[in-house]
Design a protein around this ligand. Structure first.
Ligand SMILES: [Zn+2]
Length: 486
């Protein structure tokens, strides 16, 4: 024992650090494997939204945060403790991201070919962890048994990846745009599927665009009967209608709310484009959208922000410099498919007489999320690695933080949205989501200061999950060029 001035915490934890047992399968990805770690001189963004604190000390023991606070720490540290000088580095909680997928659009689609999504069982978990995502709620599955197996493999220490909170296959109505999805045949079918997937181990549900109000009501009731939550990316059902039916969470936010579309028929999706055109005529500060915000908050419906996917539909965004890491991770065919569509979006916008709809939607969504959160709504964050590609697991989550700051949140608030809010939603706030004594040592170490320059979240040095420090470079190198393939 290295003796210092106080005994309090050691008495509680016994001070005997059990030697960390990193399984052999994970060793190639690990750079810090010690029974205890002291991070000295570190800047802490604790996940609560509080301002960054400089020159702190963090003590990790047996996978938990044993101390965080001003230095010098007064704790006993066991033999074998790693002491790290963290000058110039910042620590924030492992990201808890809420709109994640373990699949990616299959490249080289085109006229006459089906829209397909392939499971990225190798690359997605590694990309998430490398980017600092230590907990991820999936938001819809196309290979549910692969998702369930991946969770088991990660939890057993056989493969690297985040703590997964799995959502069932999409609960989609008639009109699914990909054969990867089942189409519900009515409310009884919705109940049957929720019961089935709850029994198989799925812990949340996702209603999709064409689900009818009757099917949605059945799914909500069945999920709640299991004590589980349900979210939705809806189109046939408007936001206020879904709130009244008892939905817990809505994905994406304002841009997919069709309730303002003139002539919208009850229970019918008017189309994403029609919905966006109707929205574009409104003002977020106006009474219609504000009344939706008030209604969602009154019904305790959370919103999951997915700004990175909306950004990909705005012309020439994100900048090419932002995409170089995605290029390295992607299968060349997947990169090519993505670039073709990206160029088509920019060309269409250049021809339009009016500012592109995609750019307008991104701006409206940012304002909506700012207003919703300011008025007391629970905002969470995710990356939604779908669309036409380019938004990748992990990189897209970092981009989400940058876009929340562009939307007007402080860096500390953005990190709070992407950590504590998700953890609370999952019922895991006692375990992770903030940096506090007794929590799991799920931490992201970055070079620089994201409180001043949010782009520093891309400079990941180490990602700790349960006290084991993973090397992002090794994780990324292991799947270079494979995203889009496997
Ligand atoms: Zn999604």
């Amino acid at each position: 024992m290295r003796h210092s001035t106080a005994l309090g915490l050691c008495a509680v934890l016994g001070c005997a650090a059990t030697a960390a047992q990193v399984p052999n399968e994970l060793k190639p990805f690990v750079k810090i494997d010690a029974p205890a770690v002291v991070m000295d001189h570190v800047r802490v963004i604790d996940g609560t939204g509080a301002p960054a604190r400089d020159n702190q000390e963090i003590f990790i023991m047996n996978g938990k945060i044993a101390y965080v606070g001003p230095r010098p720490m007064s704790q006993l540290t066991p033999v074998g403790t790693r002491f790290l000088d963290m000058t110039g580095k910042t620590v924030y909680p492992g990201l808890v991201m809420m709109h994640e997928h373990l699949f990616y659009p299959t490249p080289d689609g085109g006229p006459g070919l089906l829209a397909l999504y392939g499971e990225m069982a190798d690359s997605a978990p590694r990309l998430y962890l490398a980017a600092g995502v230590t907990a991820a709620r999936t938001a819809g599955s196309v290979e549910p048994y692969t998702d369930l197996s991946l969770k088991q493999l990660i939890d057993a220490g056989k493969i690297p990846g985040p703590k997964l909170f799995l959502t069932s296959p999409y609960l989609e109505g008639k009109g699914a745009y990909t054969p990867n999805m089942h189409e519900l045949t009515g409310p009884g079918d919705a109940t049957r599927l929720v019961d089935y997937w709850a029994a198989e181990g799925m812990t949340s549900f996702k209603a999709y665009m064409h689900i009818t109000p009757q099917e949605l009501k059945a799914a909500i009731d069945a999920a709640h009967a299991h004590g589980l939550k349900i979210t939705g990316h809806l189109c046939a059902v408007g936001f206020q209608e879904a709130a009244a039916l008892g939905i817990d969470n809505l994905e994406h936010g304002l841009v997919v709310d069709t309730e303002f579309t003139a002539g919208k028929q009850e229970g019918v999706c008017p189309g994403q484009l029609q919905g966006e055109e109707a929205l574009a005529k409104l003002d977020v500060e106006g009474p219609q959208i504000q009344s939706t915000i008030h209604d969602l908050i009154a019904h305790h419906v959370a919103i999951t922000s997915t700004l990175a996917i909306f950004e990909s539909f705005a012309p020439n965004r994100p900048p090419m410099s932002e995409l170089m890491r995605a290029r390295a991770a992607l299968l060349p065919d997947a990169w090519g498919s993505f670039m073709t569509t990206r160029a088509a979006i920019a060309e269409r916008a250049a021809q339009a007489a009016h500012p592109a709809l995609g750019a307008r939607m991104l701006q409206m969504e940012m304002q909506f999320e700012r207003d919703f959160a300011k008025q007391g709504g629970v905002l969470m964050a995710g990356c939604d690695p779908t669309g036409y590609g380019g938004v990748l697991a992990g990189f897209g989550d970092q981009r989400e933080l940058e876009l929340l700051v562009e939307a007007g949140f402080t860096p500390e608030e953005a990190i709070h949205v992407a950590t504590e809010n998700g953890a609370a939603w999952l019922g895991e706030a006692d375990h992770f989501g903030t940096i506090a004594d007794g929590k799991d040592a799920d931490l992201v170490v970055v070079d620089g200061n994201p409180a001043r320059n949010i782009d520093d979240v891309e400079k990941v040095d180490t990602v700790y999950k349960d006290g084991v420090g993973y090397d992002p470079e090794k994780l990324l190198a292991s799947v270079q060029g494979r995203m889009g393939l496997r």
